[in-house]
Design a protein around this ligand. Structure first.
Ligand code: HEM
Length: 412
């Protein structure tokens, strides 16, 4: 469906699932209109069919706090606006992000120990060393693409460390994740088939890693930890694969686009960048603020399992809802001057970019650690990233990020 505009105040008809809003970076105004005039808004016949748009901070939290009514389960449609297509071009990989209680609880427990504060501490030296090494290879005298050279490389390195993944093959993690996370592909049968090929390749690769680890002594990485955890009894092999893929996809585009958002966003607000450069103790707060401002996943979907009155709107059993984190994080009733990055914003931590409730991102600490280390190592080198031109953005209503961004470094 083409995007339909009407005057503010008239009945609003926006299709916020249309990828052009995001690739052209024009989504801010329509979401502001929706929050002001119709925060729970029905879209009929949008790019992904009919659905409710939940756009205010309060309503998103409300829905996420009711997982028994608003399901994440793949049985009912899963976590993105794209519905399942049963023509053999889809691979159903059960993963706990797309499960409801009680199954979700048991499976989340198998991976949660990999993300405790003590595990983060254990990994941080390695992550810091790799980050420092990479920054020291960057050219100061000529432009380069920040997305490929820094964001993608650091994110894949971080995941390779987490999984003990063969180092030389680590870019495969990026490639697979890009195929798995691109929900716009549902619009093309050819691309869906191509995607399936990549997912099978990924499954086969991880099957080999699993085979190698299952009869070996436990090692301190996520695959071995999962294999040897008590809760593993809760998973069959397909679920194990599904959850591994979840961790790769979950950690990939998201952390990558936060790192690109960091360069782009701070360049948009030079006085805030200077504030941060002058006071590196603001880094932990700035990490939250950058994640809020970027919101690397624009939405998660829920499906209603019962009729429900949501702040005056009647949600019917079977309706799908898009929880637009990208809009909730710009809600002026919660975040003053919400479209600006304010590195010392007091309530930056209230952002919804990691979701809320029982599905809140299990990898949040790792992502925060990686982004904080990047900022700290940049600060040590007095490295400023100047963005030279508008970046090329991802054409999608799910992953919210950048394909490429030309930058030039300078010292401050
Ligand atoms: C869940 C965002 C990094 C693994 C989620 C959810 C969001 C999210 C929005 C769903 C929450 C919900 O449904 O309420 C992000 C962002 C990240 C990030 C913005 C980076 C800035 C990571 C990393 C990993 C990861 C680094 C792992 C390596 C997961 C997993 C889930 C999840 C496994 C499912 C949790 C559950 O269903 O219980 N993430 N994520 N994420 N994320 Fe992340």
């Amino acid at each position: 469906m083409a995007t339909v505009f009407k005057d503010p105040g008239a009945e609003l008809t926006y299709d916020m699932s249309d990828a052009s809003w995001y690739v052209e970076d024009r989504w801010q105004e329509p979401f502001a209109q929706l929050r002001a005039h119709d925060p729970i808004h029905w879209t009929q016949g949008g790019s992904f069919g009919d659905f409710w748009n939940v756009t205010s901070h309060k309503a998103i939290q409300h829905v996420e706090a009711l997982p028994e009514i608003f399901s994440s389960s793949y049985e009912f449609g899963g976590i993105t606006l794209a519905d399942r297509i049963d023509d053999g071009t889809e691979l159903i990989m059960p993963m706990f992000i797309a499960m409801d209680r009680p199954k979700h609880t048991g499976q989340r427990r198998t991976v949660a120990p990999a993300f405790t504060p003590s595990e983060m501490k254990r990994m941080s030296d390695d992550i810091r060393m790799r980050t420092a090494e990479l920054l020291d290879t960057l050219p100061w005298d000529k432009p380069f693409d920040w997305v490929d050279t820094v964001s993608i490389e650091l994110t894949t390195q971080m995941l390779a460390i987490l999984f003990d993944f063969p180092w030389a093959d680590r870019r495969k993690l990026t490639e697979w994740s890009d195929w798995a996370g691109d929900i716009e592909l549902v619009h093309s049968e050819e691309l869906r088939a191509e995607r399936l090929k990549h997912l099978y390749e990924m499954g086969a690769y991880f099957k080999n890693l699993w085979d190698a680890k299952i009869n070996a002594e436990p090692t301190p990485d996520l695959i071995s930890m999962m294999i040897h955890s008590d809760a593993m009894a809760e998973m069959d092999e397909l679920e194990f694969m599904g959850n591994l893929i979840l961790l790769i996809v979950g950690g990939n585009d998201t952390t990558r686009n936060s790192m690109s958002g960091l360069a782009y966003g701070l360049h948009q607000f030079p006085e805030q960048r200077e504030k941060l450069e002058q006071n590196p103790s603001l880094i932990p707060n700035a990490v939250q603020e950058i994640i809020r401002w970027q919101t690397p996943l624009a939405h998660m979907r829920r499906t209603a399992l019962a009729d429900y009155d949501l702040f005056g709107k009647t949600i019917k059993k079977g309706d799908k809802l898009a929880l637009w984190y990208i809009s909730g994080n710009r809600d002026e009733t919660v975040f003053e001057d919400a479209d600006s990055i304010i590195v010392d914003r007091e309530n930056a931590r209230r952002h919804l970019a990691f979701g809320y409730g029982i599905h809140r991102c299990v990898g949040a600490r790792l992502a925060e650690l990686q982004i904080a280390i990047l900022l700290e190592e940049m600060a040590k080198r007095r490295m400023r990233v100047n963005v030279l031109a508008e970046p090329e953005r991802v054409r999608a209503c799910f992953v919210h990020g950048y394909r490429s961004m030309q930058v030039q470094l300078s010292k401050y």
